[in-house]
Ligand binder design. Structure first.
Ligand SMILES: C[S@@+](CC[C@H](N)C(=O)[O-])C[C@H]1O[C@@H](n2cnc3c(N)ncnc32)[C@H](O)[C@@H]1O
Length: 326
């Protein structure tokens, strides 16, 4: 058993992960940052969620990318100049793969920069993409979206096309998403393009089912963050004492996941004690749903002008293309 005074634990206690986790669990309304879902197990679980029959967003966006990537590629390659294609949170890039292939067909001159907080994701993409897309120029970057986008700006001054797909933006509240898009605006040049995936409002049951799959992958995905905290921060969460509880509000479009403490309990994280009341929630993640007018409003609010909306055949999901205004 390691004592808390070892340099090993002192190092962990000074990590950003430790600080973010404690910040969230010591708050009046306990919460955990969803970006930490994605360790090696979390990445695999997310792939299983995407394959679930209830999880429609992936199938809808896949349909858009399979059928409309050629049009996107023509729009991106229009100016005949070379560019940087930056993807924020690509995951396994199964959908952006279609766009990369179409861009290669148009002989566009571009470098692909996938940015992901999961080092596992970046390693996997660097291993796999060169064999399925021979000749692809790419450089993976492991870290947070905006900090790594700044890095890309230091590599080259070429025009930028940013992909932010898979309803990643839905993991922010509408206010946070608008602030994030304003920050993207700051990091881009006039004329640069941003393609963002938005999940659209639809029947509430369809939405709730997508975040409560019968096989229990979403439940495991949420509980995995507690296991990650146990493994990486020497904590002692008993995951069986927490219940996955998703809710959807059709008025606001907010689908939220919580873990509910089944009993009054104490959890130790390194040398800290976190107390839970019976039925106390930990707010885990938001998956925000939008209408098309709400999306257009966000574009204008954050300094972009809407260029085109790519919809799937059911009109359940939208990949929207915006241009950065001067
Ligand atoms: C919901 S998945 C979407 C993956 C992919 N775009 C898709 O559509 O299937 C979110 C991805 O974003 C990454 N991610 C989440 N928060 C991040 C952050 N703040 N900075 C960088 N990557 C992040 C995760 O590791 C994960 O690969």
């Amino acid at each position: 058993m390691l004592s808390y005074s070892t340099p090993y634990l002192a190092g962990r206690r000074s990590s950003v992960f430790y600080k973010d986790i404690l910040n969230g669990l010591q708050a009046e309304n306990k919460h955990l940052p969803s970006k930490y879902f994605y360790d090696e197990t979390g990445d695999k679980l997310f792939q299983q969620i995407m394959a679930c029959p209830e999880y429609y967003p992936t199938r809808c966006e896949m349909e858009i990318m399979q059928h409309q990537s050629a049009k996107m590629a023509r729009m991106f390659a229009e100016h005949d100049s070379s560019f940087d294609l930056v993807e924020l949170g690509p995951g396994d890039a199964t959908k952006s793969w279609y766009l990369l292939r179409e861009l290669q067909k148009t002989e566009a001159r571009f470098t692909y920069y996938p940015i992901d907080i999961s080092s596992n994701v970046i390693g996997w993409l660097e291993d796999r993409l060169p064999s399925t897309l021979p000749g692809l120029r790419m450089q993976g970057l492991n870290g947070d979206f905006l900090e790594q986008l700044l890095q890309v700006n230091t590599f080259s001054g070429k025009r930028k096309i940013v992909l932010f797909m898979g309803a990643n933006i839905g993991n922010m509240t509408p206010q946070q998403a608008t602030v994030f898009c304003r920050e993207l605006h700051e990091h881009l040049q006039p004329g640069d393009l941003l393609l963002t995936g938005f999940d659209l409002k639809k029947h509430p049951r369809m939405i709730l089912d997508a975040y409560n799959d019968r096989q229990g992958f979403t439940r495991e995905f949420n509980l995995n963050l507690l296991k990650r905290i146990n493994n990486e921060l020497d904590a002692d969460f008993d995951v069986d004492q927490f219940e996955h509880y998703p809710v959807y509000d059709p008025l606001t479009g907010a689908c939220k996941s919580y873990l509910i403490s089944r009993i009054a309990q104490e959890v130790h994280i390194a040398d800290r004690v976190i107390r839970f009341e019976e039925n106390e929630p930990i707010y885990m993640e938001i998956s925000q749903k939008y209408t098309l007018p709400e999306i257009e409003f966000m574009a204008i609010q954050s300094g972009f002008s809407p260029v085109h909306t790519f919809l799937d055949s059911k009109k359940w999901f939208a990949d929207v293309l915006w241009q950065r205004m001067p």
